[in-house]
Design a protein around this ligand. Structure first.
Ligand code: ARG
Length: 282
């Protein structure tokens, strides 16, 4: 409920059409474990994963966004997590370099997609970075996770390449091994996050930069509620994150819950499946 005399914040939330790159989970399965969510002994229904993923893609299209597709490689079951494939800011593409051998072929495959599609400012990284899994772009900064996957040195490499301030954040809970499992950008410099996933110092940095942030509780974090994609108005997130949806609604956002439970078996959800293509602002 809006207090008498105050304006509902919904009125001020504006969606901006986005451009995404996604990878169909044609070859998705769990045959190795590189994060605590993955259990090769648990069966995976690839057809169901494809259907859930198609619903997400269709939702983006209905919301007015553009979606590009990259061809999945048969030996890369995790390639569906397109967010890890690169980071693109102001038309500049920073390629990914994966920590684990199981995913190493994905970095060059994504970089090749950008090359083949006419993107010209490409940087093949020296240091390990797992794309938008660990780099999240706000209006003013690039937030950069480390602790489990991306190398600390990748933060300086990203700052030099993008010419944007990179804020390093330490992840301390192995369930939230990528920054995009613990924090999501909602709008310009507005975020939501799970404080428990960060070191005390990083938590203090987040409080300083985002005193108004939406905070997720443990239950919403555990269903990957923070692995969300926002266009400034609509926030697409796992439907199980009911508490978080309520908090977003109170801030004037329009939360849209989706079912990506099959892809959660690989340790990913909405944001993991979505790489944003950001051109220079005009
Ligand atoms: N199985 C993948 C891995 O552990 C999941 C990646 C999820 N992607 C993400 N952007 N967090 O690397």
């Amino acid at each position: 409920m809006t207090a008498p005399g105050s304006t509902p914040r919904t009125a001020s939330r504006t969606a901006r059409p986005r451009h995404y790159l996604m990878c169909p989970p044609t070859h998705f399965t769990v045959t190795y474990a590189i994060n605590p969510w993955m259990d090769p002994a648990k069966p995976v229904d690839t057809e169901l994963a494809v259907a859930q993923w198609e619903d997400l893609r269709d939702l983006y299209l209905r919301l007015g966004h553009r979606v590009e597709l990259i061809e999945p490689l048969p030996d890369c079951p995790d390639m569906v997590y397109a967010a890890n494939g690169a980071t693109m800011v102001d038309g500049k593409v920073l390629g990914a370099r994966f920590r684990n051998a199981e995913r190493s072929a994905e970095g060059p495959a994504y970089l090749e997609w950008f090359r083949a599609n006419g993107y010209q400012e490409l940087h093949d990284p020296v240091h390990v970075n797992e794309g938008e899994g660990d780099f999240l772009v706000t209006g003013s900064w690039v937030l950069a996770g480390k602790g489990f996957r991306s190398a600390p040195e990748s933060h300086a490499e990203a700052q030099e390449f993008f010419g944007r301030p990179v804020i390093g954040l330490d992840l301390v809970d192995e369930r939230y091994y990528h920054l995009d499992t613990a924090l999501a950008v909602l709008d310009h410099d507005e975020v939501m996050y799970n404080p428990e996933a960060f070191s005390p110092g990083s938590r203090a940095v987040l409080e300083r930069l985002f005193p108004d942030a939406v905070l997720a509780d443990a239950a919403d974090a555990a269903v990957f509620g923070l692995n969300a994609v926002s266009d400034g108005r609509h926030v697409v997130l796992p439907e199980a994150a009911a508490g978080l949806a309520e908090k977003l609604r109170a801030r004037g956002f329009e939360p849209i819950g989706v079912d990506l439970t099959e892809l959660l078996k690989g340790g990913g959800s909405v944001k993991c499946c979505t790489l944003e293509l950001r051109r220079p602002a005009h």
